[in-house]
Design a protein around this ligand. Sequence first.
Ligand SMILES: NC(=O)c1ccc[n+]([C@@H]2O[C@H](COP(=O)([O-])OP(=O)(O)OC[C@H]3O[C@@H](n4cnc5c(N)ncnc54)[C@H](O)[C@@H]3O)[C@@H](O)[C@H]2O)c1
Length: 385
Amino acid sequence: MEKVRLGIIGFGVQGGNYADFIANGKVKGMEIGAICDIEEEKQEAAKQQYPNVPFFNNYTDMLESGNVDAIVTCVPHYLHPEMGIGSIKRDIHALIEKPAGVYTKQVKELNDFAATKPDVLFGIMFNQRTNKLYQKVKEIVDSGDIGNIRRTNWIITSWWRPQGYYEQSAWRATWEGEGGGVLVNQAPHQIDLLQWICGMPKKVYSNVKYGYQRNIPVEDEVTVLLDYGNGATGVFITCTHDVIGTDRFEILGDNGKIVVEDSKKVTIKRLHKPEAEMSATMSMQEVNEIVTGKGTEGIYNEEVLEFESAWGEQHINVLQNFANSLIHGEAILAPGSDGINGVSLANAIHLSSWLGKEVELPIDEEVYYQELMKKVEEERNTAVK
Ligand SMILES: NC(=O)c1ccc[n+]([C@@H]2O[C@H](COP(=O)([O-])OP(=O)(O)OC[C@H]3O[C@@H](n4cnc5c(N)ncnc54)[C@H](O)[C@@H]3O)[C@@H](O)[C@H]2O)c1
């Protein structure tokens, strides 16, 4: 393949961004093959902006048109698995948007189906995996440099969204249209990075608030206690109502600590001796002498790294990697099948709050699905009244 003709399904905010990147030549080897949306005004907008690009109002017609080699699913999350399967079934490469789906049962169907077609490329838009900062953090953790993880803390409350954001489109922040709030829309990026870098927890216990500071039925405030099953624990906090939000990720290991601030600055402190050895061999007085006399150099060394990563750049990098993978066989940065981990974790966090107890991963996907459908039903009944 010399050029990838990408079919953009959903010409809303994100589909519009990708069309703009590709049309402006920001993704080498990729062109817009076709655009699809079900709304008439999107059709008019697409025809006006991209008069030479075929438009479809049904995605299966687009898949069967011969106009596209690959698709990207810029549609509400529930639809990603169905469209992914529809595309892969027709030997059309699929790049699905995050999250991979709303509930693991549907994402599992997608992954199982994709596994039967290994020659069809299946990727997911985890744009933050292209951020050099997080690649570096993963590299350090994987290398064993800071030893086994003891604790992870991520407070990511910089996803501030005003009430008007939720009123942009009817599907947003509803159980029926979106399947959740911050856990399925904004935080999937960090949930993916957390599990990508630190692994999946074995149990979660959550306190989730639904419609706490926003007039929405889904969650806008989440605090989770993570248990990795080997003694390591973690805390994950996210919300959409903190206008002066925090983005701070700490990983404490046996031999050191990594602190990421604002997704821009990483401070790595490497202990000269593992903490257990210090505890066994050093006295409180000795440590005090080092700290008061010479500073901390006698205990650890410190490395500070700063990174810049523009939002659009990350998405362009994923599109570029997808095109390179098809044209040159480059390894894919975020395989589509990885998407299930974040969905699984988000589902477990919801479920823990609904059941009011700690839950083990993997969760019972049928129980989750039934509970989610109850929320959809309650929401429908409330809307009717
Ligand atoms: N990776 C990222 O950083 C990022 C950023 C924003 C959005 N997203 C993801 O992109 C997806 C879309 O988000 P958005 O903000 O663009 O939403 P949006 O509401 O702006 O756009 C969604 C579009 O999908 C269309 N649509 C709905 N059902 C369809 C169907 N059956 N066939 C074709 N089109 C259909 C709608 O008409 C709408 O134009 C979401 O899953 C979201 O999580 C990812």
